[in-house]
Design a protein around this ligand. Structure first.
Ligand SMILES: [Zn+2]
Length: 325
């Protein structure tokens, strides 16, 4: 409780203070904190098939006592994006699945097979969520060629400076081997791969729930590269990281979603924010980790483990400006 009080105070004063930052952000969010949380993960199961579950756990009022951000946060309460049904209803989570992913081998064909299996797994986990909101999930397409130069999908003419991206026009997750290799060729390996594909899948969920269309219209109206436009971009990106965290929060310890995969994904994400010299469209490294961890378990209290829910993944209702930097 003392810890929470400190954060609330800092949050209220955040615009006027320098340095009230990461140290006061949720515990779950640094790779260090994440690793120490391993004892609370669900036990590994021995199931061999992917299963869907309708086991959404509604949040209880006690679970939400320390929860933030909330829709009555003090800034940036966007009436359109923040009012999407996905972020209005409490207690809607993501399904439990037993992902069976191929062993990680870092070559183009093996990567493609790994990504395709991950998409199948994410489909099974998110289908009941979409169904709850009256949508029939369409699986995203995958483009995972060896060379990014040969990509000729619907977003081929766009500016792309990241290792992977999601193309809303043809609902395709694009993860070229050569660009991804800077992440997956590191010690984070499969953890980086799953972190990125579950993030891009988060954009697909935004596409399926019309967040992406609303976002595009608003960002165009605001000016794509204006301050407000870049802020919308960060909100979109941070929500996708939060959705990625939700999947881990429900499925850590099940099937191929091991502690090691989680740790490596968190390591990857600690460097997944805006880079030096880049437009501020992804969020800081700290906020990427923050929202990933908030999706995993939306609490500031390390003794609690409230269930993930889409309601909590709402950067348009962030409690303060610091969360969407
Ligand atoms: Zn993204």
């Amino acid at each position: 409780m003392k810890r929470l009080a400190v954060v609330v105070t800092a949050g209220a004063a955040v615009l006027g203070l320098a340095g009230c930052g990461p140290a006061e952000r949720p515990w779950a969010l640094s790779p260090t904190g994440v690793t120490s949380e391993s004892t609370t993960a669900p036990p590994t199961t021995s199931s061999t098939s992917e299963t869907r579950s309708s086991s959404f756990t509604p949040s209880t009022s006690s679970e939400r006592t320390s929860a933030l951000p909330t829709p009555d946060g003090d800034v940036r309460n966007d009436p359109l994006l923040g009012g999407n049904p996905v972020t209005l209803e409490q207690g809607v989570g993501v399904g439990q699945v037993d992902c069976q992913l191929p062993g990680w081998r870092n070559n183009p064909d093996a990567n493609q097979a790994y990504y395709q299996a991950a998409i199948g797994c994410l489909d099974n986990a998110w289908r009941p969520t979409l169904s709850h909101f009256g949508e029939t999930l369409e699986s995203p397409r995958l483009w995972a060629g060896a060379n990014a130069q040969t990509y000729d999908g619907a977003c081929a003419s766009g500016e792309r400076n990241r290792e992977a991206f999601y193309c809303g026009q043809d609902q395709t997750i694009v993860m070229p081997f050569d660009t991804m290799n800077s992440l997956t060729g590191s010690a984070n390996g499969a953890g980086a791969a799953f972190a990125v594909i579950s993030h891009e899948y988060g954009h697909h969920l935004q596409q399926q729930t019309r967040v992406l269309a609303q976002y595009s219209a608003q960002r165009t109206a605001a000016g794509w590269d204006s301050g407000p436009g870049l802020q919308m971009s960060r909100q979109l990106e941070l929500q996708a990281w939060c959705f990625s965290g939700m999947f881990f929060g429900v499925n850590l310890g099940r099937g191929s979603i091991s502690q090691d995969l989680w740790r490596k994904a968190a390591n990857n994400n600690s460097g997944a924010g805006d880079r030096r010299g880049e437009a501020r469209q992804h969020g800081t490294n700290q906020n990427v980790s923050n929202w990933f961890g908030w999706g995993f378990s939306p609490t500031l209290d390390r003794n609690q483990r409230p269930a993930p829910s889409t309601y909590e993944c709402n950067p348009w209702a962030a409690r303060d400006n610091g969360w969407i930097q």
